[in-house]
Design a protein around this ligand. Structure first.
Ligand SMILES: [Zn+2]
Length: 137
């Protein structure tokens, strides 16, 4: 059995023009500086020689604020992967991005849960966790 729909008032967004609360206290309502940030992922092997800053220059028109390139561990060394997380300002991720002549499909970024031991972007059981390798040594 489904529950009855909520009244429309439940969906009314915060009014950005509010300047006074009911108790006459003055307030300034602004868009949240980080709530409008979106992360997305793309993978492209043919731009592997570009630095993250060079890629950022190509994506200037997409309001990109940050790019992170994934790495993996190989024989104890950090090796760059061909996947990137892009932080952009907006309400919708672009379907494609353009780097030079390349048209690259984007996808939604699902961040990995943080490690409870070190706060890193891996699971507690991940062998790349510095806490895990310390225990083994
Ligand atoms: Zn860890």
């Amino acid at each position: 059995m489904s529950s009855p729909p909520l009244p429309n008032a439940a969906y009314t967004p915060v009014q950005l023009h509010v300047t006074k609360l009911v108790n006459n206290l003055s307030v300034v309502v602004e868009p949240h500086p980080t709530y409008n940030n979106l992360d997305f992922v793309f993978t492209c092997g043919s731009i592997a020689s570009l630095t993250v800053d060079e890629i950022k220059d190509h994506l200037e028109e997409d309001n990109v604020t940050d790019i992170y390139r994934f790495t993996r561990k190989s024989n104890g060394k950090s090796v760059l992967k061909n996947s990137y997380v892009v932080t952009t300002q907006g309400v919708k991720i672009p379907e494609y991005i353009h780097i030079g002549m390349k048209r690259i499909k984007t996808r939604v970024y699902y961040p990995r849960p943080k490690c409870a031991n070190c706060g890193g972007a891996h699971s507690v059981f991940d062998s790349s966790c510095p806490c895990t390798s310390n225990k083994l040594n």
